[in-house]
Design a protein around this ligand. Structure first.
Ligand SMILES: Nc1ncnc2c1ncn2[C@@H]1O[C@H](COP(=O)(O)OP(=O)(O)OP(=O)(O)O)[C@@H](O)[C@H]1O
Ligand SMILES: [Mg+2]
Length: 582
C-alpha cells in the first residue's frame, strides 16, 4: 500500500478534524509543530475534501444536472479529467491552467482529479471550463465551498482568464431556478440568463478574477437585466407585391391557420418575394413561445448578444443543405433548421433541388412537431412545430406553362421535376398554389396593393379566435387537455368539433370525396383549411363557400402546373381574387 493511499485511508477512517496529532502521525502524517495549523489543514483538505460545484449537460433542449467533483491529493503532480469528456472538455485542462496563471494563481503541485458525474454520460462542449476552474479553486480553498454549492456554473475560459460565451445559457438558467440555485455564466450572456426570473441570483462576470473578487466580497457584480431583440427592424411589406391576388390570398390563409404551403410558378413570378413577406403578417410570439424558441437558439449557440427572440423565426436554408443541417444531429447534436424555425416558418425555396433524403427526413417532424435524432448513446429530441412554406418552378427550365418559352422536353420534364418530391411530403402540404407569371402592367406605379398591416390585423384576429377555441376545448378535456392553438394542427375529435361544415358544405365535401377520391388525410386537410377560411370570415360555422375555396388548394395535377381543373364547387370559390380554376 502506497504512503498516500495509507494516508487517505487513515483520514477517511478518522473524523478528520477530531483526529489527534498523534493519530495522524501514527497514520503516516508528519506533523510539523512550527506550522502546525497549516500542516493539519492540509492533511484534512487533502484527504477528505472533494470540492463539488454544479453545472449542466444538454440533451436536446433538456438540461441534465452534472456535478464537477475535484480532489487534490498527494502524489505526482497531474491534472486529469474523467467522466466521459469529449475532446473540448478534455482540453479544458489547458485553458484552466493558463487562465489561473493569467490571474496570478498556479495549480498546486498535486494530483488533481476532476470527475464529471454521472460518469456514464458523454460530456460535450466548452462550457465545462468555468465549473472545472471553480471546482479546482474551491478545492484549493480560494473559493468558499458552501457558497459555490448555491450556483450552477457554465462558461468557456480564455487563456487570459476571460469568460467567453457558450451555448445553452437560457435553458441552464431555467434549470438552475427549478433547482433553487443561482447561475454563474459568461458576462455577455447575463441578459439571456436574467430571463429565468427576477428572484434568482445571476452572476455574469467578464473574467475569472472578477468572479473570485465578487465571491470573496472585494467587488460586487451587478445583476444583469433581461434583454430582448430589437423589434424595430423593418420587415418586407406586402405592398411591394403587385398583382398575384390569389397567391396573396393563399399567403394570408397560410398565416392565419399556420398551414403549410407550396407555391409553383415560372421564374420571376414573385414566389420568393411573397414568402419573404410572411413574417410581416404573422403575429409576434406569445411569451411562452418566445421562451421556447429562444431556448432552442440558445442551445444552438445562436442567441445573439444574449437577447430573447420575440419575432417568429423565418429560416430559409439553401437547397444544398444536408440532412443533419435540416433536421439536426451531426457529430455533436445540434438543432437543425426545422427546430430553429420552431413556432415560425421554414421556407424551402426551389424545393425539388433539395436532396431527397433531406426532404424525406422532414416528413416525420412535420407530422409530429418534434425531431427525434437517434445517437449511439441515446435519443435527442428537439421541438419542431413549423409552418413549411415551399416554392418551386413547374419544371427544370421553369416555363412549362408557357408554350413560347417551354423547352422541347415539355410536358415530360414537368413530371420528372415534380417526381423528385414524394407523395407523402406533398400530402403534408395544405395549400398548393399556382403563382403565374406576373403581368408587367400590374407592376405599374398606379396599382397600389394592400400592405402588410391590414393583412396582419386580419391574421391576428383569426388566430385569436383559434386560441380561444383551443383554450375552451382544452378545458373540456379534449386532446388530453392540450388542444393545438392553430387550425393546421387540429386533429381527431377537436377537428370534428370545430370544423364541422353546414349542410350545404357537407354535401359539397361528399361530392368531392366521391369524385376526387380524397384520402382520409386530404379530407382532414380540407376541413382544417375550410376552418381557417371561416375564421378569416369571422364565421362560427364552416359554410359551402369555405369548403369550395379549400378544395381549390388541393395539389396541382402533374400534367402542367396551370392545367384547369374540374373541381366540385367551381365558380363559387373565393371572394378576393379567386383562382382561375374556381
Ligand atoms: N408580383 C410582383 N410584384 C413586384 N415585383 C415582382 C413581382 N414578381 C416579381 N417581381 C420582381 O421580380 C424579382 C424576382 O422575384 P422572385 O425572386 O420572387 O421570383 P421567383 O418566383 O422566386 O423566381 P424563381 O423561380 O426564379 O426563384 C423580384 O425581386 C421583384 O423585383
Ligand atoms: Mg425564387
Amino acid at each position: 500500500m502506497s504512503v498516500s493511499h495509507r494516508r487517505f485511508l487513515a483520514c477517511r477512517e478518522s473524523t478528520a478534524l477530531g483526529t489527534s496529532d498523534a493519530t495522524l502521525a501514527s497514520r503516516g502524517w508528519r506533523v510539523n509543530k512550527a506550522s502546525h495549523k497549516l500542516t493539519r489543514n492540509q492533511a484534512v483538505r487533502e484527504c477528505l475534501m472533494v470540492a463539488r460545484v454544479h453545472t449542466v449537460a444538454f440533451s436536446g433542449v433538456e438540461v441534465l444536472p452534472i456535478q464537477v467533483q475535484v480532489s487534490l491529493t498527494g502524489g505526482l503532480p497531474a491534472f486529469t479529467i474523467v467522466g466521459l469528456p469529449d475532446k473540448a472538455v478534455a482540453e479544458s485542462r489547458e485553458r484552466v491552467r493558463a487562465a489561473l496563471t493569467a490571474i496570478g494563481l498556479a495549480l498546486p503541485p498535486k494530483r488533481i482529479v476532476v470527475n464529471l458525474a454521472p460518469a456514464d454520460l458523454q460530456k460535450e462542449g466548452s462550457h465545462y471550463d468555468l465549473p472545472v476552474a471553480c471546482g479546482v479553486l474551491t478545492a484549493m480553498g480560494v473559493l468558499p465551498a458552501e457558497e459555490m454549492d448555491a450556483y450552477m456554473i457554465l462558461g468557456e475560459l480564455g487563456l487570459d482568464g476571460s469568460i467567453a460565451a457558450v451555448a445553452g445559457v437560457l435553458p441552464a438558467a431555467l434549470a438552475a431556478r427549478r433547482d433553487e440555485r443561482g447561475l454563474i455564466c459568461p458576462g455577455a450572456q447575463g441578459g439571456e440568463a436574467a430571463w429565468a426570473g427576477d428572484d434568482m441570483e445571476v452572476l455574469a462576470p467578464a473574467g475569472l478574477l472578477e468572479l473570485i473578487n465578487h465571491l470573496k466580497g472585494s467587488q460586487t457584480l451587478g445583476r444583469p437585466r433581461p434583454e430582448a431583440r430589437d423589434e424595430d427592424a423593418p420587415l418586407a411589406d406586402l405592398a411591394d407585391v403587385k398583382g398575384q391576388e390569389s397567391a396573396r390570398r393563399a399567403l394570408e390563409v397560410a398565416a392565419a391557420g399556420g398551414h403549410n404551403m407550396l407555391m409553383t410558378g415560372p421564374p420571376g413570378a414573385g414566389k420568393s418575394m411573397l414568402a419573404a413577406r410572411l413574417p410581416g403578417i404573422l403575429p409576434p410570439l406569445a411569451p411562452d413561445e418566445a421562451l421556447e424558441v429562444s431556448m432552442i437558439h440558445s442551445v444552438a449557440g445562436h442567441l445573439a448578444e444574449g437577447r430573447l427572440i420575440t419575432r417568429r423565426p423565418f429560416r430559409a436554408p439553401h437547397h444544398s443543405a444536408s440532412m443533419p443541417a435540416l433536421v439536426g444531429g451531426g457529430l455533436r447534436a445540434r438543432p437543425g433548421e426545422i427546430s430553429l424555425a420552431h413556432n415560425g416558418v421554414l421556407f424551402l425555396d426551389e424545393l425539388p433541388e433539395f436532396s431527397r433524403p433531406a426532404l424525406e427526413a422532414l416528413r416525420q417532424p412535420l407530422e409530429t412537431g418534434r425531431v427525434a435524432i437517434a445517437r449511439a448513446n441515446g435519443h435527442v429530441t428537439y421541438p419542431a412545430q413549423v409552418q413549411l412554406i415551399a416554392a418551386m418552378n413547374p419544371c427544370k427550365c421553369g416555363y412549362l406553362d408557357d408554350p413560347a418559352l417551354a423547352c422541347s422536353k415539355a410536358p415530360r420534364c414537368g413530371e420528372d421535376y415534380r417526381g423528385r418530391l414524394s407523395g407523402p411530403l406533398l400530402d403534408r402540404i395544405d395549400l398548393h398554389v399556382t403563382v403565374p407569371a406576373v403581368d408587367p402592367f400590374a407592376l405599374a406605379p398606379a396599382a397600389s396593393p394592400e400592405g402588410s398591416a391590414p393583412v396582419a390585423a386580419r391574421v391576428r384576429t383569426a388566430r385569436e379566435g383559434q386560441w380561444e377555441r383551443a383554450a375552451v376545448l382544452s378545458r373540456e378535456g379534449l386532446g388530453g387537455g392540450r388542444v393545438p392553438r392553430l387550425n393546421a394542427r387540429l386533429d381527431g375529435e377537436a377537428l370534428d368539433r370545430v370544423a364541422a361544415p353546414d349542410a350545404a358544405g357537407r354535401r359539397l365535401i361528399g361530392e368531392a370525396v366521391e369524385r376526387l377520391h380524397l384520402s382520409a388525410r386530404s379530407y382532414h386537410r380540407l376541413l382544417r383549411v375550410a376552418r381557417t377560411l371561416a375564421d378569416l370570415d369571422g364565421r362560427d360555422a364552416v359554410a359551402r363557400l369555405h369548403v369550395a375555396e379549400a378544395l381549390s388548394y388541393r395539389p396541382i395535377p402533374l400534367a402542367g402546373a396551370g392545367a384547369a381543373r374540374q373541381d366540385p364547387g367551381a365558380g363559387e370559390g373565393r371572394r378576393r381574387g379567386g383562382r382561375a380554376t374556381l
